[in-house]
Design a protein around this ligand. Structure first.
Ligand code: KG4
Ligand code: ZN
Length: 342
């Protein structure tokens, strides 16, 4: 009999609920919070208030779309961290109360592991090939940039990460410099499609090993735009597409250089991409080119599973359910991986 897992995600500014039947997505509802766009970033207090308003209708809609009653659920999986604590508390408190009242298992999920495992969830009648363990995964989101060796569902070695900004932050900050709304990644991606990526060149950081850094790139972009605006007040408007294409190309180059290095250092045949920035069409194409050149199999998540969503939480819940890895209502949310309470 199928296991029906309800997933709840509330780590940042998206309230999401999903129902999976084993690995098949029956519903995946996401309420984006528009309230942050005018502030140029997520305002934590506004995010937790919006989660409180959204959580009941979002879960209700997810159950209705899946045509599942809450009494048929096998377990509830929720994001326990990392993320904004006020936001996490809304989802985790709700998950705990619901699991307790239905007397079904509660499963805590790590948001970053969920991004990686999103690739294992399927839409009905659309089963895709899956990477084989161990595989290399580049996780690129608004809060994290990580190269991982994924040995098993919940056994991942961190090979490298960012020492300052995340790749998504680099996109968001570049967009802010150009006067574009938050989140900037999708906007830059769209503008870049009609721009020349070689028009302006920005130098990227060359850190040892598999480490990333994006803060220098952001500063050089800021100074470049500021200096040109002094000469020509219409500089941004007249060059918007080329600016977007050029900064996007620099971020992608920075990401893919280290993927190539990881290929040289670790003999991993399968490579996956995960996280919000994996929605970027330029990055997706660059990864496919790497796959061809280095004869590696590239696994790209479907677009709806790239940015924050609860289907990725539910798929983790499913794999944990298989081994009986349940949690209790005493489990404490954590804001960063370092603060995780064992
Ligand atoms: O994974 P995610 O939804 O949230 C976090 O866990 O952080 O990632 C959000 C990030 C934002 O920085 C957003 O600008 C970026 O993903 N993003 C993109 C694209 N879509 C979302 N960046 C570049 N191109 C995109 N198409
Ligand atoms: Zn995320």
């Amino acid at each position: 009999m199928a296991k029906y897992i309800l997933g709840i995600e509330s780590s940042c500014d998206d309230t999401s609920a999903a129902v999976l039947a084993n690995t098949i997505i029956l519903s995946n509802v996401i309420a984006n919070q528009k309230v942050h766009s005018e502030y140029g970033g997520v305002v934590p207090e506004l995010a937790s208030r919006a989660h409180q308003q959204n959580i009941i209708p979002v879960i209700d809609t997810a159950l209705k779309r899946a045509k599942i009653s809450k009494n048929e659920l096998s377990a509830i999986a929720y994001t326990n961290g990392p993320g904004l604590l006020g936001s996490l508390l809304v989802g985790s408190s709700f998950a705990k109360a619901m699991a307790y009242s239905l007397d079904i298992p509660l499963i805590e999920v790590d948001h970053l592991q969920a991004h990686v495992l999103a690739i294992f969830a399927d839409k009905p009648d659309e089963e895709k090939p899956k990477p084989a363990f161990p595989f290399l995964c580049l996780t690129v989101s608004g809060g994290h940039t990580q190269l991982l060796k994924v040995n098993d569902y919940f056994d991942m070695d961190l090979l490298g990460g960012t020492i300052d900004d995340a790749a998504g932050e680099a996109f968001d900050k570049a967009a802010k410099i150009l006067g574009l709304p938050y989140p900037g990644g999708p906007v830059i991606n769209k503008l870049a499609q009609d721009g020349n990526p070689e028009r302006f060149s920005f130098s990227i950081a060359h850190l040892p090993d598999l480490q990333y850094s994006f803060s220098g790139l952001k500063t050089s972009f800021l100074y470049f735009v500021r200096d040109n605006l002094k000469e020509n007040p219409n500089f941004i408007a007249e060059n918007l597409n080329d600016l977007a294409a050029s900064i996007q190309a620099a971020i992608i180059r920075s990401l893919t250089d280290k993927v190539k290095e990881a290929i040289r250092c670790y003999d991993l045949k399968d490579i996956a991409l995960a996280g919000g920035v994996s929605a970027n069409s330029g990055l997706r194409n660059a990864m496919l080119e790497i796959g061809e050149k280095y004869r590696r199999n590239i696994f790209l998540p479907p677009l709806e599973l790239t940015t924050d969503n609860a289907a990725m939480i539910a798929i983790c819940g499913y794999f944990k359910h298989l081994t009986g890895d349940f949690s209790t209502i005493r489990s404490v949310p954590y804001s960063s991986a370092r603060q995780r309470v064992p």
